[in-house]
Ligand binder design. Structure first.
Ligand code: ZN
Length: 360
């Protein structure tokens, strides 16, 4: 017998569960899942009554769902030990999955074919085409919905950030940001957060945060502009939104497309932000579109190659920016190839050494 944990933690969603207090502890036994603490009064779902599947970005979450008279509940579990506790009792194969098409006995009635077989085929096609459906869903989520969700998510995120309203580099960052976002449907906000980690990130809807550590490690305003251009393209190309749609599940997708933003969607949105990793192709996309945006803004895009290459070369600090944005050789080769030849750019009009401030 393997030594398996008999308790764990996860995030609980369902009727009556406050999204702000949905962190749940639970223990497992032969009877089912018993919640503790705040959620101890909850109905104990028996193993026979629960369904499970993999979800979240890259399928790293274990999602357990069950139905009670009060409605649908789900438990999202991220850490491996807690997942192990559940998997020790769950059937070995996910119970929510594509069903193989039923035995196609000689059914002569067209009505039965239409009523029974067609939905199965459609569901099969939907699951098979999940990637394209996500693209479809993402392209159908209204910008206003995305902005509203992004704003809500950023409001939560910023509680954990030391936003500096009076950093000397803030006007420069905002001016560069404005040049790189001309004509965008998103109402961008550019912020500086006190954080030594060399990093920057953008949230859906146009919320861009640059760490003081990144400002300090860039050598020129062009290098800063390159990072900003890259982050902005994650927003413009809806990479974060795509990841969230993937992670949030179909119920959320449907209500996003319809323009609703319920509490539980915002909850799972924020919950998943920490896990969002962009794919290699999305990173390259953000680089190449970022280069184009820099050129349009008449800012030398060479800063992108300079900054990422310099960071990658220095093994003394493994910058957070590179763990979320691996600076592969292919990536920089692609950027170099995308740089327009024989074009000159006026230097950005900032005393960068003064404005970048100290790292802390
Ligand atoms: Zn990126």
């Amino acid at each position: 017998m393997k030594n398996v944990a008999s308790s764990g933690t996860g995030l609980l969603f369902g009727p009556g569960v406050d999204p702000a207090e949905n962190a749940a502890r639970f223990s497992v036994s032969a009877l089912g899942i018993q919640f503790q603490g705040l959620h101890a009064a909850l109905h104990v779902p028996a193993w026979s009554a629960v369904r499970w599947r993999r979800g979240g970005f890259n399928d790293t979450q274990l999602l357990v769902e069950w139905t009670t008279p009060a409605g649908e509940f789900s438990l999202s579990v991220g850490d491996v030990a807690s997942q192990g506790a559940l998997l020790a009792h769950l059937p070995s194969a996910p119970s929510i999955t594509t069903r193989p098409s039923q035995t196609t006995r000689a059914v002569s009635s067209t009505v039965i074919v239409v009523l029974v077989l067609l939905p199965i085929v459609v569901i099969g096609l939907l699951l098979w085409q999940a990637d394209r459906l996500i693209d479809w869903a993402v392209s159908n989520i209204p910008v206003e919905t995305e902005i509203r969700l992004g704003r809500e998510a950023f409001a939560q995120q910023r509680q954990g950030l030391a936003i500096l309203e009076d950093h000397p580099g803030l006007p420069m960052l905002r001016q560069i940001g404005a040049r790189l976002t001309q004509g965008s449907p998103y109402p961008y906000e550019f912020h500086i957060a006190r954080d030594e980690a060399i990093n920057a990130f953008a949230m859906p809807g146009g919320f861009v945060v640059v760490h003081t550590g990144l400002l300090a490690s860039a050598d020129t305003a062009e290098e800063l502009a390159a990072v900003v251009a890259h982050e902005v393209q994650h927003v413009e190309r809806r990479h974060g939104l795509r990841g969230l749609v993937h992670a949030a599940g179909w119920r959320a997708v449907l209500s996003l497309v319809l323009g609703n933003t319920g509490g539980s969607i915002a909850g799972s949105w924020v919950e998943n932000l920490g896990d969002l990793r962009f794919s290699r192709s999305q990173e390259t996309d953000a680089d190449l579109e970022g280069v184009k945006a820099l050129v349009r803004a008449d800012i030398d895009p060479q800063g992108m190659v300079a900054f990422f290459s310099r960071l990658a070369k220095d093994p003394s600090h493994l910058p957070a920016l590179l763990s979320s944005h691996p600076a592969s050789t292919e990536r920089m080769t692609a950027v170099r190839a995308a740089l327009p030849k024989d074009r000159a750019y006026p230097p950005l009009p900032y005393d960068y050494q003064r404005l970048r401030g100290a790292a802390k």
